[in-house]
Ligand binder design. Structure first.
Ligand SMILES: NC(=O)C1=CN([C@@H]2O[C@H](COP(=O)(O)OP(=O)(O)OC[C@H]3O[C@@H](n4cnc5c(N)ncnc54)[C@H](OP(=O)(O)O)[C@@H]3O)[C@@H](O)[C@H]2O)C=CC1
Ligand SMILES: O=C(O)C(=O)CO
Length: 317
């Protein structure tokens, strides 16, 4: 009999078809597991596949008394209560680094699109305003990348790839992270100091209770009127209300956002603003990333059913 895996979030059909060749999948279709399966069915579940941002707390874990592994698709595990998992001897796995290049690419895309006002420029051409020689503030020259001060908040898998890309664009790079690394970039001991120094803040820190709303009105104010913020981590890291206020009153010049506090919703007050470029959480959404993330998931699930430690375990779990 095939090993059973509870599918706790919604995933692409092609991926489910691939996993179904190896496991018996009990798919909740994104609904609460207890609405879809009987308590008896749930009591036999030993492994669960989830999206790391989906809430998975102690109460939910207690529905599965035999649960041995929570496997997150992607690098994030911010929705999983790691303490609750540890106290129940449930291993937590993820896909470290598997989508880092893809996310760094989206960070660069958002930064360039925002600082060079590419959506406004696109509209200027399409609307015929350019052909009609209409005046537009969009045509004012903007600061370019060489020599620009880029602040990377969180020098992990994604932060490093963002920094490498910015170096190729000849920017100056500074960073703040919990640890100081032997890297050719300037280290700042606080986020405040980094924000005072940089003109673009790239948020690549790990999301969680410690970093909730850390990018607040004070940090945005330090970026200044020519400052930009790009967030590819999680919406929880920015105080979204403070961001809307800073963008509206021009405390900062613009923002590029792949992630939001209450996905899939972006507040109207934010989407109404012309100085923001959005993406619908597609940072890790490339063909190569999906192959790499699925490799991590398969390795983690297989190890769990064979009673081995997860090869891609969350370190602090
Ligand atoms: N938009 C998208 O599609 C995607 C978003 N993500 C999100 O991006 C984030 C980063 O992912 P990834 O680079 O893989 O993660 P990593 O764990 O590789 O790196 C996270 C970095 O954040 C730093 N950090 C953690 N906590 C703190 C803190 N309290 N103060 C300062 N720095 C801190 C870590 O510090 P240290 O170096 O000391 O360990 C590390 O450098 C995650 O939240 C993830 O969920 C990830 C993939 C796709
Ligand atoms: O890897 C992650 O954490 C993601 O958000 C993937 O989309």
């Amino acid at each position: 009999m095939a090993d059973k895996v509870l599918i706790y979030s919604r995933f692409p059909k092609t991926m489910m078809a691939r996993f179904a060749e190896r496991f018996e999948l009990l798919d909740t279709g994104g609904k609460p597991a207890s609405e879809v399966f009987s308590a008896e069915e749930l009591s036999g579940i030993r492994a669960l596949l989830t999206a790391g941002g989906s809430p998975l707390g102690a109460e939910a874990m207690d529905l599965f008394p035999k649960l041995g592994a929570i496997v997150c698709y992607g690098t994030g595990y911010d929705g999983v209560d790691l303490k609750a998992a540890a106290s129940r001897n449930i291993a937590v796995g993820h896909s470290p680094g598997a989508n880092a290049a893809s996310v760094a690419d989206i960070a660069m895309t958002l930064m360039l699109a925002t600082t060079r006002r590419i959506l406004v420029a696109d509209q200027y051409v399409r609307s015929g305003d350019w052909a009609a020689s209409k005046q537009s503030p969009m045509m004012r020259p903007q600061a370019g990348m060489p020599g620009r001060r880029i602040g990377v908040y969180g020098m992990g898998e994604i932060g490093r790839k963002i920094a490498a890309r910015c170096a190729a664009f000849e920017s100056e790079i500074g960073y703040f992270s919990r640890s100081k690394y032997d890297l050719p970039y300037q280290y700042f001991p606080t986020l405040e100091a980094l924000a005072d120094w940089c003109s673009v803040l790239m948020i690549a820190v790990r999301a969680g209770a410690e970093t909730q709303h850390v990018v607040n009105a004070d940090i945005l104010g330090r970026l200044g009127a020519d400052g930009y913020v790009v967030n590819i981590s999680r919406g929880s890291v920015i105080d979204e209300k403070a961001l809307v206020a800073a963008l509206t009153d021009k405390t900062i010049a613009g923002a590029g956002l792949d992630v939001f506090e209450k996905e899939p919703h972006a507040p109207d007050a934010l989407t109404a603003l012309p100085n923001v470029v959005f993406a619908p959480h597609i940072g890790g959404h490339t063909l190569e990333s999906h192959v790499a993330m699925q490799g991590c998931v398969l390795a983690n699930l297989t190890a769990s059913f064979e009673g081995r430690p997860l090869p891609h375990a969350v370190k602090s779990a």
